[in-house]
Design a binder for this molecule. Structure first.
Ligand SMILES: Cc1cc2nc3c(=O)[nH]c(=O)nc-3n(C[C@H](O)[C@H](O)[C@H](O)COP(=O)(O)OP(=O)(O)OC[C@H]3O[C@@H](n4cnc5c(N)ncnc54)[C@H](O)[C@@H]3O)c2cc1C
Length: 412
């Protein structure tokens, strides 16, 4: 088989690794080359803010591609080798000292955390969390009694706060809004998470913007816009990510806040597909573009992009899915990245076991199941139904979730 008959995958994260598996599962017999900037076998990022940060797990636990994976899937790994440029006309990818030809290219370059330009953001002790190296560096600083300020009360910030507390650090969680996770879950469910953190000893200081990090050679505190300073030995910035679009844009692929792709994950170049955090794809059910920065999307979209690169012709139509673990609170969420105007709760926020449905104009657009399991597929069924629901049925803990669509939508 000639080199030009290869599938080349750029990005050695979850989406990239799954693209290789997807191509093999779809019957691709040609070479597959996986190009990764990091020197590690592909790994998953969720453990980085959970078990690995807590010290419960080592890096091995995060590997997507365990030993033997590359051999089993006949994948040639080029690790620690960032792709420098793509030439779509010649169908080549350039690395330091090498050029790879491709029949199909899958881009899965993921995202990069935002380091704001605020004063002090570059000081020693100010850390970001995206990579395994980041997580190991942060873990080393999360000593019992260390004063840790987490800036950003969304998913990464909330999980880091929980893990830091579990390591015995003194934690302050800073961020916009009135409660953690407000943007994603609203004030009622965000308030539940706020109480969980407070019960575990986290100091919540939400509302004022962060004006800067104090310290001369290393961080000593976080200065807030209202004038207060929160003392800190370690500052973790969890202020979101930006998709890593540089390669795609330089190659002339259409992009806005992600690389634009059709329902089959094909970009403006028919020989280039995308998956994971960088992909902004035309979702057949959402009737618009969706870019999702979640584990489930990287996993399933990677598989789909790989399969389509291998000649399958499958639209990607799974709903966005997300999970989070903080202390003993586990949660799954499915739904659209769309505003909601109502939250309907089934169960009890007091005992911490509930399903929170997000509604817009009476239609379920998303839902979080918190310490309640085996129901998320039924939340997804409601979202897919895309019709007004009977609130009394969904709020009733006596109704079997398997009957939600039948009783709350179809019987309406
Ligand atoms: C700490 C943390 C915790 C998370 N927890 C959860 C969770 O609990 N639940 C959930 O649903 N999601 C979670 N996520 C989000 C989830 O991990 C991401 O959505 C997922 O990792 C995206 O996968 P990806 O393969 O698209 O990108 P990435 O995982 O970012 O992988 C992209 C890879 O491409 C490489 N790359 C970039 N440019 C190049 C280049 N030019 N050449 C070669 N390689 C390149 C990068 O180095 C990287 O290794 C978490 C993320 C983080 C950081």
């Amino acid at each position: 088989m000639d080199e030009k008959d290869a599938i080349v995958i750029v990005g050695g994260g979850l989406a990239g690794a799954k693209a290789a598996e997807g191509a093999r599962e779809a019957g691709w017999e040609g070479p597959i080359r996986l190009v990764g900037a990091e020197p590690y076998l592909p790994y998953e990022r969720p453990p980085l803010s959970k078990g690995l940060l807590q010290g419960a797990d080592g890096p091995q636990a995060a590997l997507v591609a365990k030993d033997g994976w590359a051999t089993a899937n006949r994948v040639e790994l080029l690790l620690g080798a960032p792709a420098e440029a793509i030439d779509p006309g010649r169908r080549t990818v350039r690395l330091a000292g090498a050029e790879l030809r491709y029949a199909k290219l899958v881009l899965a370059t993921g995202a990069t955390p935002v380091r704001p330009s605020m004063p002090g953001a570059e000081l020693d002790g100010v850390l970001l969390l995206r990579s395994l190296d980041d997580a190991l560096a942060l873990r080393d600083r999360l000593m019992p009694g260390a004063r840790v300020a987490v800036v950003g009360a969304s998913w990464i910030g909330a999980e880091v706060a929980a893990s830091a507390r579990q390591r015995g650090a003194e934690v302050t969680l800073l961020g916009r809004g009135s409660v953690p996770l407000e943007h994603a879950l609203g004030t009622e469910i965000g308030g539940f998470y706020g109480r969980v953190h407070a019960d575990h000893g986290v100091t919540l200081r939400l509302g004022p913007d962060v004006a800067g990090i104090e310290g001369s050679d290393r961080a000593t505190g976080v200065r807030l816009a209202d004038g207060e300073t929160v003392p800190a030995d370690v500052v973790v910035l969890g202020l979101g990510v930006r998709p890593s679009l540089g390669l795609a844009q330089a190659a002339g692929l259409a992009a806005d806040d992600g690389v634009l792709a059709d329902a089959r994950l094909t970009t403006s170049d028919p020989d280039v597909l995308v998956a994971g955090d960088i992909a902004s794809h035309d979702h057949p059910l959402f009737h618009g573009r969706v870019r999702v920065e979640h584990w489930g999307n990287a996993l399933n979209q990677g598989l789909a992009a790989g399969a389509n690169a291998a000649g399958a012709d499958r639209p990607y139509e799974l709903l966005p899915y997300f999970f989070s673990d903080q202390y003993d609170v586990g949660m799954e969420y499915s739904g659209w990245p769309t505003p909601f105007d109502e939250v309907l709760v089934r169960g009890s926020l007091d005992n911490g076991e509930f399903v929170a449905f997000q509604l817009r104009d009476g239609v379920v657009v998303g839902g979080a199941n918190v310490n309640v399991w085996d129901v998320n597929e039924h939340v997804q069924d409601l979202v897919r139904a895309a019709r007004p629901v009977r609130r009394d049925v969904l709020a009733d803990p006596g109704v079997d979730p398997a009957d939600w669509v039948r009783l709350a939508v179809e019987a309406d």
